[in-house]
Design a protein. Structure first.
Length: 392
């Protein structure tokens, strides 16, 4: 009786394909492994080390998108030629768990050809972008999180990468970050003093020293609005090229929803009557997501107001282009207000997180009046003085 053939390494690594299954050459396997970067095309788990034991090896499996056999999962109903079925274009590398999951009978129809092909193409494109970097496309991420009320806030590394891809990629450095942990809420007496002190200290000691000169920054911030404005102001001396916005929802996405606005983007500006421009309390209202004049107008203050041309609404800043137009509007209006009588601009806001960072970034300390920034306490229906940014 002849002895069973001893399988070589290539055949062992694809044992499930041996026999009636196709045999891929070493070159084909290398191409597939290089394209996936050593990561599962579905769950992104690393496949060159065992997930739990840490042993080195190849822990990925070559999985058909369209089944090799007529009775397999995702059968060849489109009558693709066999050469295509067994080509690397129809193969994705998966971890054993994902491979089993997509081929289970009960998942038939859930993981169809179009979905798996999209995952394969997106994953391979992401790996190519990350491993073929150019200086122009590279961004250093800066992350700032602080609780809003009693709600803890996090921004994951994956959220940062997904928000920038495919136009930009994050360099190998860990994101520069500020994480503030404060007991209590914005209603508490000492909250703002403690929070401002902590933000300034962490920025000076942990963020500023690790940013290289000229390094392009992608900024992610979620915190009470006055802290985000201060955060933007602290970044004014650095090369901020991307400010991301959090779109709350099922996945809390940071990628811009629509970055191809058509037509001219404008913001309406309301100015005070000339008779109120005598030395008076100067107020700037940032009414982007909701109208706030009714709770501020005291009949005496000189009030300027910025509002979307179509009126305040939740997605007032839905693209980076809109955010940049808002920034230029703020820059010019702060200059105008600072030339009016008075030394302090009182700032009240209903704005997205990205607009708060942009507002702070556009504040010119040497050219503008000091800012006194207020926080709205909805449970009390009142605005509370929070942070002052001095121009001294």
């Amino acid at each position: 009786m002849p002895m069973a053939k001893k399988l070589n390494f290539e055949e062992q690594s694809n044992l499930f394909l041996h026999g009636r299954r196709p045999k891929w050459t070493t070159e084909q396997q290398i191409r597939l492994w290089v394209k996936c970067g050593g990561y599962c095309c579905m769950c992104n788990s690393y496949l060159l080390n065992h997930e739990y034991l840490g042993d080195k090896g190849k822990f990925g499996e070559l999985a058909h998108i369209i089944a090799h056999s007529t009775d397999g999962p995702r059968p060849n109903v489109k009558d693709y030629p066999q050469e295509y079925i067994d080509s690397e274009d129809n193969i994705m590398i998966l971890c054993p768990t994902c491979h089993t999951m997509i081929d289970k009978k009960e998942n038939e129809g859930k993981y169809d050809e179009s979905l798996l092909r999209k995952w394969k193409e997106d994953h391979e494109r992401r790996i190519k972008a990350q491993t073929n970097p150019t200086h122009e496309k590279c961004r250093r991420a800066v992350r700032f999180c602080a609780p809003i009320g009693a709600q803890p806030i996090t921004i994951s590394d994956n959220q940062i990468r997904e928000a920038l891809f495919p136009d930009y990629f994050v360099g190998n450095q860990h994101p520069a970050e500020i994480i503030i942990h404060i007991s209590g809420t914005e209603r508490d007496k000492d909250y703002w003093e403690i929070a401002e002190k902590e933000l300034r200290a962490q920025f000076k000691n942990e963020v500023a020293p690790c940013i290289k000169q000229g390094e392009k920054l992608a900024v992610f911030g979620i915190a009470p609005i006055p802290l985000l404005i201060l955060f933007g102001h602290l970044l004014a001396d650095f090369n901020v090229t991307n400010i991301q916005n959090l779109f709350r929802g099922e996945d809390n996405q940071w990628a811009w929803k629509n970055d191809t606005d058509e037509g001219e983007i404008r913001f309406k500006i309301f100015r005070p009557d000339q008779k109120r421009l005598r030395p008076a309390r100067k107020v700037l209202l940032l009414s982007l997501t909701s109208p706030i004049r009714d709770r501020i107008d005291d009949g005496v203050s000189a009030i300027w107001e910025i509002m979307p041309f179509e009126g305040p609404h939740y997605e007032s800043i839905k693209s980076s282009h809109r955010l940049n137009v808002f920034g230029e509007t703020v820059l010019n209006l702060l200059d105008e207000i600072s030339k009016a009588p008075g030394d302090i601009i009182h700032v009240y806001s209903a704005i997205p997180n990205s607009a708060a960072v942009m507002f702070g970034l556009k504040y010119m300390k040497k050219a503008n009046n000091s800012l006194r920034i207020y926080d709205y306490i909805s449970s009390l229906n009142m605005d509370k003085e929070a942070i002052t940014i001095s121009n001294l």
